[in-house]
Design a protein around this ligand. Sequence first.
Ligand code: NAP
Length: 325
Amino acid sequence: MSSGKIAAATALHMPKIGLGTLSISATEAKPAINGALSLGYRLIDCAPVYFNEKEIGDAFHEGATAVPREDMFITSKLACPFHRPEHVEPALRKTLNDLRVGYIDLFLIHWPVAFKYVDFDPNKRGWENEDIDDSDGGKNIDPSVSLRDTWAAMEALVDKGLVKYIGVANFPVMLLHDLLSYSRIPPAVNQVEIHPYNQQSKLLAYCKSRGITVQAYSPLGTRGYKEKDEPDILSDPVLNEIANAHKITVAQLSLQWSLQRGCHVVAKSSNTKHLEENLLVNYKNEFVSGAAQLSSDEMERIASLDRGYRFFRPEDWWKHMPVFD
Ligand code: NAP
């Protein structure tokens, strides 16, 4: 990879903490977005498969908090049925139309797998069904579309000024390694599941070495989304002990731990207290001013909690995909 490519990837200006919008319902969208913007959130992480981009767009447009567009950082994602190169720009344009913006800051390939195309009306705002998401247990996977072709279409969006940065999500090292071999514009970001129970240290080290920013999703263990019998990070005794010692919450500790490992984070909340709490780590709390850091002992104790546990398991949803790891 040439050094020019690395420079292009590291020139990213992105807030360290963003608001996730998965599972924000259509009715919650407006208060959650307005609340977040007035608290100081500037990065909003969206996706068409969250089925709320239309309502988020209305919140951006009609919200009482008029944040200049250039001060915001809006992310969205290319859903799996639109990987074929000719569908990439129309899919983005539908998102732009739904979000009521002229460009987005970051466009990610949501998952490294193409589904068969699902027809849509680009002029109609919002999605009426969930065909673009679950794709029938994986029966609709389209094995004939390569990531290389999809990536070239993503690069064309940057050339046209429709997106500032392009990136990927849920990419393991080997796919990144391959992508870097042919990309003209390297991925600025890899958005992946990272929290104390799924630390992904090797992926983090690889991304760091290649100038790819890692953005941690589900940094709090996707509490409202997980199944009841799955582990709950916020109740972890070790995390509680460390958080108590610093008089912060476990959510704040988990975010601080991610930031201290060099990750950016997107955490979802539609609760004002939580929204505020999650930002405190970055803005008002002594940690971020640099006055306090988790000690290396504390970082090691948290490192020992890793159990490679993923809440998002595509192998469960797309059973017809032979291997996904
Ligand atoms: P998360 O941010 O780890 O957790 C969200 C859950 O934690 C919600 O139930 C929220 O409830 C609760 N919560 C938030 N702040 C809290 C606090 N301070 N104290 C206690 N509970 C708190 O999970 P996530 O939504 O899965 O991940 C974050 C974002 O990452 C998503 O919204 C989405 O934008 C992105 N994501 C991307 C992918 C991908 O494939 N690229 C996959 C998953 C997620 P309240 O609303 O009640 O606060």
